[in-house]
Unconditional design. Structure first.
Length: 290
């Protein structure tokens, strides 16, 4: 053996050589299971069950805006939209709501375990959901509440104001037009439309109902990208087509019917009757049900 190798001792496997620190244990990369959903089975239905109607529409709008924002960013900045599971996106809106609640209580930091427990989720699920969008935690601290709220809003696209229009001035439309939660979540309702001559020209909340023929000009004037449909089922598809043609790229559909939109248009539907059916199923299969 050459003298240059004399005295050489091969480093022990599992150790990493560091000139300043000597040898330290090498931490093997932790393999995280991708099996979904990582939820507490007893709390799974409760965790992803639809929120009350007043909050459900805001959550659906968050998802529409998130899809539009992710699609518009470069692939180097954000994962492709199709790589992010829809349940993770919906939970992102739930995380935001909980974080805002913690902020109102004066909390400055929070761990993934504390955030998860508040929603009936595991800490692993919280970390996995957030990891789709980046790294936000701080060693020994957890998450800074204010910073994480800002980051989640950025991901959802609600760190800026989105102008929204509402089509349909019936009972549901009037209720939606009076809902004050939109503005606090980054959505500004700018106009209400209907094709019923008996409703156009009348006041609904602070809005004067406009004829649907004025939708295109209003959309262009206010740079509207998102619209809410609250019309009867037989008119929903025609209204959706008109909105998409006018430049709308996100639709929140309250009509009790499925509608078709182009692939580049985000669609979220809210059918109250379907949600009640899901609740009745959960009650019916509950062990406490007589």
């Amino acid at each position: 053996m050459s003298s240059s190798y004399r005295g050489y001792r091969r480093p022990r496997r599992g150790l990493r050589r560091d000139a300043s620190q000597g040898c330290e244990p090498y931490q093997m990369p932790k393999i995280v299971s991708t099996n979904e959903p990582g939820l507490n089975p007893s709390l799974h239905l409760r965790a992803i069950a639809p929120a009350p109607a007043a909050r459900l529409d805001a959550l659906a709008l968050h998802e529409i805006i998130r899809r539009h924002e992710v699609a518009s960013r470069s692939r180097m900045e954000q994962p492709r939209p199709e790589s992010i599971p829809n349940p993770a996106v919906r939970r992102l809106s739930l995380y935001l709501r909980q974080l805002e609640g913690f902020q109102r209580k004066g909390r400055r930091t929070i761990s993934s375990k504390q955030l998860g427990e508040s929603l009936g989720l595991t800490d692993a699920q919280v970390r996995k959901d957030l990891a789709y969008f980046g790294q936000f935690g701080h060693p020994g601290i957890g998450y800074r509440v204010e910073d994480l709220i800002a980051q989640v809003k950025r991901i959802l696209g609600t760190d800026k104001v989105w102008n929204v229009i509402l089509v349909g001035a019936g009972n549901l439309g009037r209720a939606l037009s009076a809902y004050r939660g939109f503005s606090s979540k980054g959505f500004e309702l700018v106009a209400v439309f209907d094709n019923d001559p008996g409703k156009t020209g009348r006041k609904v909340s602070q809005f004067t109902v406009q004829p649907q023929g004025e939708m295109r000009s209003t959309i262009q004037k206010h740079s509207v990208r998102v619209a809410i449909i609250a019309v009867p089922a037989d008119a929903a598809q025609e209204v959706a087509d008109q909105l998409v043609s006018a430049g709308i790229r996100g639709l929140l559909n309250f009509a009790p019917v499925s509608i078709n939109v182009p692939p580049d248009v985000a669609l979220s539907s809210v059918d109250v009757a379907v949600q009640l059916e899901q609740l009745s199923f959960q009650v019916n299969v509950s062990p406490s049900h007589p």
